[in-house]
Design a protein around this ligand. Structure first.
Ligand SMILES: *[C@@H]1O[C@H](CO)[C@@H](O)[C@H](O)[C@H]1NC(C)=O
Ligand SMILES: *[C@@H]1O[C@H](CO)[C@@H](O)[C@H](O)[C@H]1NC(C)=O
Ligand SMILES: *[C@@H]1O[C@H](CO)[C@@H](O)[C@H](O)[C@H]1NC(C)=O
Length: 503
């Protein structure tokens, strides 16, 4: 410090400053020092109050600061230099017109089917087969009679994959009665497994696969197979034109209002019943959900302790909790939130808790006209497709729970440029919510700073796909790997040319 030497050489008890001042000016000096310190005091006060109000909007915040908060809330400036890369490598060969056929029945909801179909494209390529347009699950919880071409653009799918796999609309007539091999492929299998399966062609010309979900490994596949999965999902498998055009119209409507959050609110009756999460519900409702679980045969877990489930972070956040969470992150009450969801359990009873934090809630039926929604009304898969499109295009995507939809949207957003996806730390958050319930913590600056800190690194910034949890082997290891479609980095996302490092 500059003053170090001077003060050490000073032997006087009087401050060095004063020694050089003529005696008569000392009172004036003290006075000016006093005034100066008052000014400093006022400055520091305004700064403190700004800091303590951080993610909240005071009535008249300084302009610069407002801009800062805006950036933080909406910006995802992560994608610098990263872009989609799905081109095949040089050794990739054109497909042959194989006269053997893979028929597939895709199971699950919309996104389980979408990713399963893309895996089957890759499997057909590995096994040198022609893929017949998959049949869709009509029996699952979704109870939807939609066919492939109701949901997807079939011609576009076939044409886009021309350089990869031959895809046909139907099995050739003469093969309809041919003997078929029926094969449940093992989950998370690699290339060697499917090369082995290709021996089935020695005895059969048609191979039927009754389930398409998670049949292909997430990792350790050739780069050309991984990129084919991305081409299939992000370029070939687009929605049918009625869905695409309404989806785009709804997105335009949302964007004309400014920025919006897409909130994937998993608070449907079946979700709560399946997970056994009854926090915040009354006894009658809890009992209703328990009965539903008892009576649903394919849900194996019957006896669930709701409290333990919630504390472990295994429950979807409630509408009320999502409201508190998003406000604590700093989103102002005027924020536009599109609720991507099926029917919310309890309807208005529980939605009102979210609405009180964010009055600008939008739903499909407030955004679209009755006529526009008419033809989709009884098709859960098609309305889910609208939610999917709106979620991918949102400024910020927040899922209240994990699942195929949340994973697929997150992956797609990463692929398109690491658009902001906020993943709530459910386990950490319920601890804070419990403190609020007990009155030990309140909504405000303190909660805000805890929540913001907790979610600093949960906003969809670029990172490579997680591997399996440590200490596991075999199938368990594969099960715990992060899904390829949740994060197709590094295979399908690369550093662009001219942005520093080469690949
Ligand atoms: C598929 O065809 C290619 C080219 O003819 C061949 O090299 C490869 O071994 C075949 N794969 C299988 C699994 O039969
Ligand atoms: C529980 O909630 C349901 C649905 O809102 C309501 O009809 C019922 O009266 C409530 N029961 C109790 C015991 O509060
Ligand atoms: C559920 O778990 C909590 C915490 O472990 C425990 O206090 C409670 O008694 C359990 N409830 C039931 C019904 O077993």
């Amino acid at each position: 410090m500059v003053t170090g030497r001077a003060s050490s050489s000073s032997s006087s008890s009087r401050p060095r400053f004063f020694r050089f001042l003529p005696p008569p000016s000392i009172p004036a000096y003290v006075l000016s020092l006093f005034l100066f310190s008052i000014i400093v005091f006022f400055f520091s006060q305004t700064q403190i109050s700004e800091v303590s109000q951080k993610p909240f909007f005071s009535d008249d915040p300084p302009l610069l600061y407002l801009q800062d908060v805006e950036d933080q809330l909406w910006d995802s400036s992560f994608s610098h230099g990263l872009q989609p890369c799905v081109q095949p490598t040089r050794k990739y060969e054109a497909p042959q017109a194989w006269d053997r056929y893979l028929t597939v029945r895709s199971n699950g909801g919309l996104n389980q089917m979408r990713t399963g179909i893309c895996d089957m494209v890759a499997v057909a390529r590995i096994m040198n087969a022609t893929l017949v347009i998959p049949q869709l699950d009509k029996k699952s919880f979704w109870q939807d009679t939609s066919t492939f071409s109701d949901i997807f653009d079939e011609q576009h799918f076939i044409a886009t994959l021309q350089g990869d796999v031959r895809v046909v609309s139907q099995l050739p007539k003469e093969l309809e009665s041919a003997p078929r091999a029926r094969k449940h492929f093992q989950s998370w299998s690699g290339v060697n497994y499917y090369v082995e399966m290709a021996q089935l062609w020695q005895d059969y010309q048609v191979l039927h696969v009754p389930k398409s979900d998670s049949r292909l490994a997430n990792n350790n596949l050739p780069i050309d197979i991984q990129r084919l999965r991305c081409r299939a999902l992000y370029q070939a498998l687009i929605f049918s034109s009625p869905i695409e055009s309404l989806g785009k119209r709804l997105i335009e409507r949302l964007k004309s209002n400014g920025k919006y959050i897409a909130l994937h609110l998993r608070y449907e009756k079946d979700m709560l019943s399946f997970t056994g999460c009854t926090y915040g519900l009354n006894d009658t409702e809890a009992e209703e959900l328990r009965t539903m679980r008892e009576n649903t045969n394919h849900w194996k877990l019957k006896d669930i302790n709701s409290t333990e489930q919630r504390t472990g972070g295994y429950c979807p956040l409630t509408p009320k909790e999502m409201g508190i969470f998003l406000r604590a992150l700093g989103y102002p009450p005027s924020t536009c939130i599109y609720v991507a969801a099926g029917d919310i359990y309890g309807g208005e009873k529980y939605l009102s808790d979210l609405k009180s934090h964010f009055p600008n809630l939008l739903f499909k039926d407030t955004l679209a006209t009755k006529e526009e929604l008419e033809k989709f009304a009884s098709h859960a898969t098609q309305t889910a497709a609208l939610d999917y499109m709106i979620s991918v295009e949102s400024d910020v995507f927040v899922p209240s729970y994990t699942g195929n939809m949340a994973r697929a949207v997150e992956g797609h957003r990463r692929f398109l440029g690491h658009r902001k996806t906020i993943n709530p730390d459910r386990k950490g958050l319920v601890q804070l919510f419990d403190k609020i319930d007990k009155g030990d913590l309140h909504e405000g600056p303190m909660l805000s700073s805890l929540v913001t800190q907790m979610h600093k690194s949960r906003q969809g910034a670029p990172r490579k796909r997680y591997g399996s949890l440590p200490g596991l082997r075999g199938r368990d290891r594969l099960r715990t790997e992060e899904s390829f479609y949740e994060n197709p980095y590094p295979e399908c996302i690369c550093r662009s040319k001219g942005h520093g490092k080469r690949q």
